[in-house]
Write a protein that binds this ligand. Structure first.
Ligand SMILES: *Cc1c(COP(=O)(O)O)cnc(C)c1O
Length: 373
């Protein structure tokens, strides 16, 4: 069994995709070909925002807004320690300091009630709190109604890390569309993935859109060889845009299948483990289906039993960011973010993709169920 099945999907789009790729080989615009702007308008429309700037990865999609907004030395950017390293890494790369905020034990997303404390902490360290990066972990959007209010109160602009949540929504608004801008990833294993690295930034702000386009190509001004600011080489390949355009044609169908898989898992596992909670008004894109065991010991037993049956499972995230060696210099200690730390001890993710069959879900649930003491 595969953790994420990317091979079944390719047969659905193979023919039309090969046509598109051949067209690119023939027109020869491998960089910034017409497929790029076609993809950007489709994606902007899908998310429901005015502008989409495609780019080379989800990491660059997070970095570019920080560069565009001039985030740098002496600035603090708030985010959670229960995420993939890229979320915090870009803050450091921009020259600023990540200030962590613990997550809610229900949703595993940033807890809005803890933001005020982090803002004070930033001030105590002589930093200027400028922005906040909530993460839509495992595909579930963060609590944007409370976050928008909190961000306003403390004068922070918001960058949504929608790397895992493309296709998800909150109160009818699609993930990627919250805050000043949202960043997503098209890494193959994400809900909408290409055949390599890719990402995109979404925004309604016309000025930011222009700045992002400049940052994407070395801070270009009137043309590529007049440079107005420091940027990066952050373009998406034309070929990857073609892959995404074809994958978009089956994306809504795949999202529905992910809902089916999640529902089925939850029904079968709800009396055995803590299954994911999706509060009223939210729709998850189900990048991961992650459950909580009662203890790290129980988790180990269950994961070993799955492995013995040829069923892969993965721990996202084994070490919260504040305890990573890379961030030792920030001076955090064990106990600083108890919810994130407890999740790291008990959480594990089960196979999740649109092509997971009912018999397979049944088998996974049975293996886990028989390990329950
Ligand atoms: C995958 C991921 C990223 C980075 O995306 P890449 O395309 O791999 O650079 C950032 N944040 C989160 C939460 C992610 O899951």
């Amino acid at each position: 069994m595969q953790f994420i099945d990317l091979l079944t999907q390719k047969d659905r789009i193979r023919k039309s995709l090969l046509h598109r790729l051949e067209a690119i080989i023939d027109h020869g615009q491998y960089i910034m070909g017409p497929e790029i702007s076609e993809l950007e308008s489709r994606l902007a429309e899908y998310v429901g925002v005015k502008h989409c700037v495609s780019c080379s990865s989800g990491t660059d999609a997070l970095l570019m807004p920080l560069l565009a907004k001039g985030i740098g030395r002496g600035d603090a950017v708030l985010t959670t320690p229960f995420t993939f390293i890229a979320t915090a890494e870009v803050i450091t790369l921009a020259g600023a300091v990540p200030v962590f905020v613990d997550v809610s034990p229900e949703t595993f997303n940033i807890d809005p009630s803890l933001v005020e404390r982090a803002v004070e902490e930033a001030h105590e360290h002589g930093l200027r709190p400028k922005a906040i990066i909530p993460v839509d972990i495992f595909g579930l959007p963060a609590d944007y109604s409370r976050l928008e209010a909190v961000a306003d109160t403390f004068g922070l602009w918001m960058l949504e890390d929608a790397a895992q949540s493309f296709g998800g929504s909150f109160r009818g608004k699609r993930a990627g569309g919250f805050g000043l801008c949202g960043a997503t990833s098209f890494f193959p294993a994400k809900p909408l993935g290409c055949y390599g690295d890719g990402g995109a930034v979404f925004t309604d702000d016309g000025e930011l859109d222009g700045l992002l386009r400049s940052v994407r190509v070395h801070g270009s001004g009137k043309d590529k060889y007049s440079n107005d600011r420091i940027g990066i080489n952050g373009r998406l390949d034309t070929m990857q845009a073609a892959v995404l355009l074809e994958k978009l044609t089956i994306f809504d169908d795949e999202l529905e299948e992910r809902q089916r898989v999640a529902r089925s898992y939850s029904e079968k596992l709800k009396d055995v483990l803590r299954v994911p909670s999706v509060p009223e008004g939210y729709c998850s894109a189900w990048a991961q289906y992650s459950v909580l065991a009662d203890s790290s010991g129980e988790r180990q037993i269950m994961m070993q039993a799955l492995q013995a049956e040829g069923i892969p499972s993965v721990i996202y995230y084994k070490i919260p960011l504040h305890l990573q060696k890379a961030y030792a210099s920030l001076g955090y200690r064990e106990g600083d973010f108890p919810v994130s730390e407890e999740l790291s001890r008990k959480i594990f993710s089960l196979p999740m993709h649109p092509y997971l069959r009912e018999e397979e879900i049944e088998r996974i649930a049975t293996v886990i169920g028989t390990q329950k003491k």
